[in-house]
Design a protein around this ligand. Structure first.
Ligand code: FES
Ligand SMILES: [Fe+2]
Length: 453
């Protein structure tokens, strides 16, 4: 196979240069191999904390979890817990989730709605601006101990495209610039109009970057997820790199992998995609090569019937997976019906553990027929009305996360890679251009660690 590593595969060669689908300009991140200790060393983990996690913007949660005034959530990262709250003026504020009195953790729940935050130790109370409303037995404090009046410690917090970002850096860079994607990229999906319908946080026995790496390429599909070869063009994936560590891969859906033995038959996987788009697979007269066209036509036609506005989406954007990486630790699988938001959260102490946080969001099903496609993998009976925000399901290490076959395959594999990167015989990852996003991610991380950010 001939492969131009500067362009790789391109989904729509005729896409206008300023469209979101266009192949992003080539970025050369070199060819070097990195010391594998970055995947297991405690010292490296500590440097990441000091130089990267506490300096970069991080996605703390989603705006739809903060609809009402007083709605809050907590976001745990490393050893920190951050409290994010919607004020009655509609702003979002973030504070370190710690009581200034004696350091008790202020809010213990993951999310909820409260008129004020009350500490469980001595009942000090704080408003949504972080100011002390009540200091119990105030007269028993000598006045100078309460000067200035104790308050919660705030940190930078901003919303963009339905996502809530925080930054522990007292001088954060401009958010949109830091995200690195074209400004209209995320807003196109209207994540602010979506609701969380499933949230699973499972613990995996690997470094968080082993997680990012695995989800940033489609090179492993043929080996780890062979069943995807019926419906995903794993060698036609378009890999795009953007500034500040952001990246994207467009995985073409409804296309048989060129590695698959049968390129013509409309296989079971394609049939199920046709059915999801409202096409009777038994009445479909084309071959496998006609499925993609049929899928986007059917989806657009149905959107018009249902009064959905798909005008901002290109044809293939309606059917392909636009897996979009935001540095350092988030990938969003973007689809017009909904998004899969995955976060790779480091364990607070152990560099060889991480939390895989998987949030499924959809447009609420207020319009009949607006159910997410089957391949969203939502369990039977999932409430898609948007009326109830499900609790986060926490899955301990070693227990099946019920994330579906594909993710179970990854969670089985990654601990073996974690063991392998510790071997004296391993000399650092060798990246192909199908793994350009991994190199891009590690290059950005190194910029932080080298003090260039
Ligand atoms: S530690 Fe919070 S009120 Fe004492
Ligand atoms: Fe995978």
């Amino acid at each position: 196979m001939k492969y131009d590593y500067r362009s790789g595969a391109v989904i729509s060669p005729d896409a206008p240069a300023d469209s979101l689908e266009a192949k992003a300009p080539y970025i050369d991140n070199g060819t070097s191999r990195r010391d594998p200790s970055r995947y297991y060393s405690k010292d490296f983990m500590q440097r990441e904390w000091e130089d990267m996690w506490t300096r970069s913007w991080l996605i703390a949660g989603v705006s739809s979890d903060l609809r009402r005034p007083g709605a809050y959530f907590t976001f745990d990262i490393g050893g920190e817990s951050i409290l994010v709250v919607r004020t009655k003026e509609g702003a979002v504020n973030a504070f370190y989730n710690v009581c200034p009195h004696r350091g008790n953790r202020l809010v213990l729940n993951e999310r909820g709605t409260l008129p004020a935050f009350s500490c469980s130790f001595h009942s000090w109370r704080f408003n949504h601006q972080g100011e002390a409303l009540e200091i119990t037995d105030r007269e028993t404090f000598r006045p100078q101990t309460l000067q200035p009046c104790p308050s919660l410690t705030a940190l930078a917090c901003e919303e963009h495209a339905g996502l809530v970002f925080i930054c522990m850096n007292p001088e954060p860079p401009p958010l949109e610039q830091a995200i690195g994607l074209p400004p209209e990229y995320l807003p196109t999906y209207e994540i602010d109009k979506m609701v969380v319908v499933r949230h699973i946080s499972s613990e995996w026995a690997a470094n968080w970057k082993i997680g990012v790496d695995a989800f940033y390429e489609s090179y492993h599909l043929h080996a780890v997820h062979p069943e995807t070869s019926e419906i995903m063009g794993d060698l036609q994936v378009q890999y795009d790199l953007y500034p500040n560590g952001a990246s994207r891969m467009i995985v073409p859906f409804g296309q048989v992998s060129p590695r698959h033995h049968d390129q013509l038959s409309v296989n079971d996987g394609l049939k199920s995609m046709l059915a999801s788009a409202g096409i009777d697979p038994d009445a479909f007269s084309g071959t496998a090569a006609d499925v993609r066209e049929a899928l986007h036509r059917a989806k657009r036609a149905r959107a018009e019937q249902l009064g959905l506005d798909y005008s901002k989406f290109t044809d293939y954007q309606l059917i392909d997976s636009w897996a979009t990486g935001i540095f350092p630790n988030v990938q969003i699988g973007c689809h017009p019906e909904g998004v899969f938001l995955m976060r790779f959260l480091p364990h607070p102490q152990d560099p060889e553990r991480f939390y895989y946080d998987n949030i499924t969001m959809i447009r609420p099903s207020e319009v009949a027929g607006r159910q997410p496609p089957d391949w969203f993998g939502l369990p039977e009976g999932t409430d898609t009305s948007g009326n109830t925000r499900p609790a986060t399901e926490h899955v301990p290490l070693g227990e099946p996360a019920n994330l579906g076959l594909v993710l179970d395959q990854d969670s089985f594999l990654l601990p073996y890679q974690q063991k392998g990167v510790r071997s004296r015989g391993f000399k650092g990852a060798i990246f192909s251009e199908q793994e350009a996003r991994l190199r891009h991610f590690h290059t950005e991380l190194d910029r932080y660690l080298e003090g260039k950010k």
